[in-house]
Write a protein that binds this ligand. Structure first.
Ligand code: NAD
Length: 294
């Protein structure tokens, strides 16, 4: 069996460990990043185009949809016929769909496959992939998802992976805020935080935010709250995802008032207060220091 070749574009916090895991698993991986970053076991190319030449799969892990579009425009013509472009970045649904069309027009396959699991999951190879694309393209990409992650869900046609990701994170953002609000309210009512956790985590208010990632220090399983709110999942990344869900809601004419408010609160926290660089669960210290007047 010949070794399959992978071009990997975007070797940042997430991309570098993902590319490394593929190289460890025996793939021939060539990487490129405009910042000159590298990953262990991964050969470095001088350009994106050079990284994708002869590749059976090209993976992108980039900051946003505009950059994805420009990278796709640069590389698609240079990709081998029948190769598959797998975009693991979190981008807007429209960019994912447009890049899928660009890829198909060049005879390449496309899968949008944003991830959940963060830098820890990328390093450990335990990410969850939410994928959109044709059955064929998904089947081709599946062995790579197995190396980089623990689960891949084929959500539908191109863009469906991004749709799943932003819907999930809209729920997460709003749920985290209300979980923090409830702790701040409990404090003012004289309710012990541990008792509140014991009740809510086994009652109808339970959620991942409460049970697995409790924003109150010293309560529940270990979480960024126990580490001074160092991320974890940074507030600015949550703001990005909430922005994408509002952009999608506008385009689809969907009424999402809680998602809109969650976006507004994270925007204030990150852009006007001290939220940048903190975990998104740091909404709790923000709220506990406030009154109804602000
Ligand atoms: P990052 O900023 O660390 O990495 C992005 C990399 O892309 C950088 O190294 C940058 O130099 C490179 N880059 C930018 N433009 C480029 C270009 N034109 N060509 C080649 N390389 C280019 O970001 P990250 O944390 O690795 O996140 C990557 C993506 O994954 C984002 O879309 C993010 O929303 C998503 N994501 C991140 C996390 C997380 O916890 N960090 C979790 C889930 C999803």
């Amino acid at each position: 069996m010949t070794t399959q070749k992978i071009g990997f574009i975007g070797l940042g916090n997430m991309g570098a460990p993902m590319a490394h895991n593929l190289a460890e698993a025996g793939y021939d991986v060539v990487g490129f990043d405009t910042a000159g970053t590298t990953a262990e076991g991964v050969a470095s190319a001088k350009s994106a185009l050079e990284a994708v030449r002869d590749a059976d799969f090209v993976i992108t892990m980039l900051p946003n949809g505009a950059i994805l579009r420009s990278v796709a425009a640069d590389i698609l013509e240079g990709m081998k016929q029948g190769a598959v472009l797998i975009d693991c970045s979190t981008v807007d649904v429209e960019s994912a769909r447009d890049v899928a069309e660009m890829a198909h027009a060049q005879g390449a396959g496309f899968v949008d496959a944003p991830v959940s699991g963060g830098v820890g999951g990328a390093s450990a190879g335990t990410l969850t992939f939410m994928a959109g694309g044709t059955d064929n393209a998904f089947a081709g990409a599946a062995p790579l998802f197995e190396v980089m992650g623990q689960k891949a869900v084929h959500c539908g046609t191109a863009g469906a992976g991004q749709a799943a990701k932003i819907c999930n994170n809209m729920i997460l953002g709003a749920t985290m805020i209300v979980t923090c609000e409830a702790f701040a309210l409990a404090d003012k009512l004289g309710l012990d935080r541990q008792k509140m956790f014991d009740v809510v985590s086994t009652s109808s208010g339970y959620s991942w935010s409460m049970n697995a990632y409790c924003p109150a220090p010293g309560i529940g399983p270990s979480s960024p709250a126990d580490n001074g709110y160092a991320p974890g999942f940074a507030a600015e990344l949550m703001l990005k995802d909430l922005g994408l869900s509002q952009q999608a809601a506008e385009a689809a004419d969907a009424d999402t008032p809680m998602g809109a408010l969650a976006r507004e609160l994270y925007a204030t926290f990150v852009e006007e207060e001290d939220g940048r660089g903190k975990d998104f669960s740091a909404m709790l210290p923000r709220l506990e220091g406030r009154s109804r007047q602000g």
